[in-house]
Structure formats: C-alpha cells, structure tokens
Design a protein around this ligand. Structure first.
Ligand SMILES: O=P(O)(O)OC[C@H]1O[C@](O)(COP(=O)(O)O)[C@@H](O)[C@@H]1O
Ligand SMILES: [Mg+2]
Ligand SMILES: [Mg+2]
Length: 359
C-alpha cells in the first residue's frame, strides 16, 4: 500500500461532484509516485469509458456473446472479453505501466518495459451475462514493479495483497460506476452523461447486519462442511441458530454482487468445492480477489479465503484461484469461524448445531 509521506494528507477528498482526475490530483499533490498511480487510474477509466460505450451498443455492436474458446473450469472466452481486453490494455499504453496481467492473456503483456507500475485486470467480469443485458464489469489492481524485475516475467506480479497501490472496478450497469481505492478509503464515482466520472461518495462504508447472502446454491452438494453449515444456518431463518430470516441474491457477475454489498451490506461466497477445477473456487487472486478485498477493507468490510485475510496472501501464479468470501466484517468473521470448527464425520459438528458456537 502506498504509505503517505511525511506532511502528506490522508484526508479523503469530500466534495461530491469532483471529477475523477481532480480527485486524484488532490490526493497525489506533488508526490511523483502518487502522480504515476493517478495517471494510471485515469488511463484505466478512459479505457472503461470506451468499453461502456461499446457495451451500450448491445446487439447493434455485433455478436458480443459469441464464444471464441472454452476455459478449463467452464468459463469460455466471449467476443466481448477480447474487445474489453484490447480497450483496457490499449488505454494503459499511455500510462507509466511496464506490463499488464490479464485474465485473457496467459502471460503478462509488455507495455513500457521500464515503467514503474504493473497492472492486473479482469477486463470483463461476468461474461456469462453478456447476452442477457445484466451488469458486467472491469476489475483492476495496480502494483509497483519490483526494483529490477522483468515485467514480462509473471514472477513480477507475485506480490502480496497489501502491496496494491490502487484497486477498483467499473460496473457497467443502469449507471456506470467506478469504485476506487488508493488506500485512503473507498470512493464511489458515477459516470455523467458527458462522459466524466464524478465523485458520488468519498466514504463508502459496508453496512453490518444486513441478512443477505450471495452464493451459487446449485453447488451446495459440492461444498465442504463449513460452507454448508453457514448457509444451512442462514436458510433455517428465524427458527434456526441465526434467529432471523435471510434473503439470497446471485447475479453471477462478481462486480454486481460486490456493488450491492457496498450499497446495502451482506456477504458473497465463492468457496472451493469438489468439482474438477474448483478446489480453489473460481475467482482469481491477483485481478479479482485482491482488488475487491482492498476495496472492502478500505470500506470497513472484510475478505477471507476461509482461513486468512485475502490481503495477507501472496500470489504464486498469475491466474491462481482462491476461495473468496467478502462483505460485512461481522458476517465474514462468522464464516471464518465456521472454518475453524471441527467438521465432524460427514455430519455437522455438534458445534454447528442450533445454539452454535457463534454469537
Ligand atoms: O457461474 P458461476 O460459477 O456461478 O460463477 C459466477 C462467477 O464467475 C465470475 O463470472 C467470474 O468472472 P469472469 O466472467 O471474469 O470469468 C464471477 O463474476 C461470478 O461471481
Ligand atoms: Mg471475473
Ligand atoms: Mg473476465
């Protein structure tokens, strides 16, 4: 994380309506390392705005949902994945970025080899929704290029979650929004009709106590005991251990589920499960879990793989997967405690029973 230098302000710019670039300028001041981050985020935003215009064309823009190839765990590459990748990486070419790691490229894409920064992206999150006009998004994380590191080598990206300098996502929904953190809270921008991101909320805060969970329930029979135990207790409602009814949502676009949680609380789970290729879940650590976890922590929420805080992990493969649970701090902590408890012998441990070991 970019530490404030002596004399630098950590105050969040509070003026609603401020443009993204003015907000970043105010944060960066005269600090050249911050200016590089600001430049890079502005470039990412420019790429995202071009992508938003493309997405808004819908079927008139071409067959976005055409499948180009199929992935190892069920994710195929769609035409819009490639368009998104080209637009975002193209926009980063004018930023001080040495290389980009993308979900859509096996190896890092080299830009300015001696650039000071590295960017990791999921250019289009929620590809399975392209043909249904449901919100999709772009997720990004910005890192420093380690001193002397060859940016074309994936190892340059094997950094810790807390090494992120900036992270965010753009959601292409009924309105286009950018959620951004540079380590000074989580900021919410909305794209105005003239094509400028403007600050809507400089102090996003994840609400606690919202009884709403997001998980793909069709995988229930593949989950491990701790996840079943947690979901069973939510489903039991008022008469169960939680003593309240829960609501469930699953958009199958992580950005859309995350955005709902930023707006009204709740929790998202994509655990590891017993399906081939899903033992570490589905989400990718560097360009999906790290940035969303950074945004969450900066908004007072939390993110875990069940055992450790996501931001405490260090990547060891470019496209590494990770079980991913994020949302309101109290609820994420609860899921982690289910993982600590003994699982019993194919049945729920007595510790998971009605009274539970939980608050
Ligand atoms: O179809 P599933 O297995 O429920 O998965 C949905 C999840 O997969 C993802 O779409 C993965 O993202 P991509 O579209 O970038 O592959 C998440 O956004 C979403 O939460
Ligand atoms: Mg994704
Ligand atoms: Mg994607």
């Amino acid at each position: 994380m970019l530490e404030p230098q002596a004399g630098q302000s950590t105050a969040t710019p509070a003026a609603a309506g401020l443009t993204l670039s003015d907000t970043l300028d105010a944060w960066a001041g005269a600090d050249s390392a911050r200016q590089q981050v600001a430049h890079t985020v502005n470039a990412l935003a420019k790429g995202a705005i071009a992508l938003a215009a493309k997405i808004a064309e819908g079927p008139l823009g071409g067959d976005f949902a055409a499948t180009l190839s199929s992935g190892e765990a069920g994710e195929g590459q769609k035409a819009l994945d490639v368009i998104a990748n080209d637009l975002i990486i193209g926009a980063l070419a004018e930023a001080p970025v040495a290389a980009v790691a993308s979900e859509e490229n096996e190896a890092p894409v080299l830009l300015a080899a001696d650039g000071p920064l590295l960017v990791a992206i999921d250019p289009l999150d929620g590809s399975s929704n392209i043909d249904t006009d449901i919100s999709v998004g772009t997720i990004f994380a910005v890192f420093r290029r380690p001193e002397g590191a060859n940016a074309a080598d994936p190892v340059a990206f094997f950094q810790g979650g807390r090494d992120q300098l900036a992270a965010g996502y753009v959601i292409y929904g009924p309105h286009v929004a950018l959620m951004l953190t540079v380590g000074a809270g989580t900021w919410h921008f909305a794209l105005d009709r003239a094509g400028t991101f403007r600050l809507a909320d400089a102090q996003v805060s994840v609400k606690e106590g919202t009884p709403e969970f997001a998980i793909n329930m069709s995988n229930y029979h593949h989950w491990d005991e701790p996840v079943r135990g947690y979901v069973d207790d939510c489903l039991a409602g008022k008469t169960g251990a939680r003593e309240r009814d829960f609501n469930m949502r699953w958009v199958a676009s992580m950005v859309a589920d995350a955005h709902r949680i930023f707006r009204r609380g709740g929790i998202y789970l994509y655990p590891g499960d017993s399906r081939k290729g899903y033992h570490q879940g589905r989400l990718r650590l560097i360009y999906e879990a790290f940035p969303v976890a950074f945004l969450m922590e900066q908004a007072g929420g939390a993110a875990t793989d069940g055992c450790a805080a996501i931001l405490d992990l260090t990547a060891n493969a470019l496209h590494q997967r990770v079980p991913f649970v994020f949302g309101a701090k109290d609820e994420v902590g609860r899921v982690a405690r289910y993982h600590l408890a003994p699982a019993g012998h194919g049945e729920r441990s007595p510790l998971f029973a009605r009274r539970g070991l939980f608050i």
